[in-house]
Each structure stands twice: as C-alpha cells, then as structure tokens.
Write a protein that binds this ligand. Structure first.
Ligand SMILES: CC(C)(COP(=O)(O)OP(=O)(O)OC[C@H]1O[C@@H](n2cnc3c(N)ncnc32)[C@H](O)[C@@H]1OP(=O)(O)O)[C@@H](O)C(=O)NCCC(=O)NCCS
Length: 133
C-alpha cells in the first residue's frame, strides 16, 4: 500500500474529514467528537499536525503541540480501523519527530494503546499528572 504523509496546517483541514478519522479509529470514544466546534478548535490550535492519505483519502492523523526545541506533546494519534497495523501509526510518529528532531515526544496513552507505545520504542513515565479544567 502506498501512503502519503505530510505536515498540514490545522486551519486548512476539513473538520468533517478529521471527525471521520476519530470516529473510524475508535479514538472518538475518548474525544469530544459530538462537539464539532470544540474539535475544530483542537485542530486549529494544534501547531504540529501530520496526516496520512491513501489515494487522497485521509486515513490517519497525529495532532501535537510542540515548541520545536525541547518537547512535543502528542495529543492524539488515530488511524482508521481498516488501515490499522500497516505501519501508518509508526510512520505518523516518525514524521512528527522529523518536524521537531530535538524534541522528545510525551503523551498520555488511551487504554487500548498501552501495549503499542512500548512496542514502538517509548519508555514508560511513572509521574504523569493531570489537572482537569
Ligand atoms: C494506536 C494506533 C494509532 C496505532 O497505529 P497503527 O497504524 O495501527 O499501528 P502500526 O501499524 O504503526 O503498528 C506498529 C507496531 O505496533 C503494533 N501495534 C499496533 N497497535 C497495537 C496495540 N494497540 N497494542 C500493541 N501493539 C500494537 C503493530 O502490530 C506493529 O507491530 P510490528 O512492528 O511488530 O509489526 C491505531 O491502532 C489507532 O488509531 N488506534 C485507535 C485510537 C487510539 O487508541 N489511539 C491512541 C490514542 S493515545
């Protein structure tokens, strides 16, 4: 399968296409996909987004906040179910790293992906803290 990964500006993405990925990956169960305005703000205000397309169709997205120097917070990564386990998730993370090569990547894993990150080279951090709004 041939795919194309590119950095994109969040403000230029079609929110309907993005919502479809969140839903079809399963990540939509853990993100506010019913609130399109809020999702649009999440996409618009992220400063490092890479998408994957196959034959023009968006099949994956990685959405991060980066200072491009020290740390990149990977907020969401999602691959449409029919395209999972083909290497696209790994390629999206590689593309994210290439955009900010000096920065380490930090993320909070969804329960379904806790086995994924150690498998692709992430190390576990035992001091993650969340302050809810
Ligand atoms: C998690 C997710 C992004 C991974 O992307 P993907 O394209 O399916 O994964 P890749 O093909 O890059 O997988 C790379 C390797 O990890 C393995 N892997 C994939 N998903 C895994 C999982 N959930 N648990 C353990 N290993 C996993 C693959 O088998 C592959 O192994 P290999 O290199 O030995 O062949 C994708 O499955 C997804 O969108 N899941 C639903 C949404 C989600 O949970 N996102 C994470 C939010 S934190």
């Amino acid at each position: 399968m041939t795919w194309h990964i590119a950095r994109v500006a969040g403000s230029e993405l079609d929110i309907g296409e993005v919502l479809a990925i969140y839903r079809s990956s399963g990540l939509g169960e853990r993100r506010p996909v019913a609130d399109a305005e809020r999702m649009a703000a999440m996409i618009r205000n992220a400063n490092l987004i890479v998408t994957c397309r196959v034959a023009g169709e968006m099949v994956g997205i990685a959405r991060s906040i980066s200072d491009f120097s020290y740390v990149t917070y990977l907020s969401d990564i999602a691959v449409s179910r029919p395209f999972q386990r083909e290497g696209i998730g790994r390629a999206l993370i590689d593309a994210t790293r290439k955009e900010a090569p000096q920065a380490k990547i930090v993320l909070l894993s969804a329960p379904a992906a806790t086995g994924y990150y150690p498998h692709i080279g992430f190390s576990r951090h035992d001091s993650a803290w969340v302050l809810n709004p």
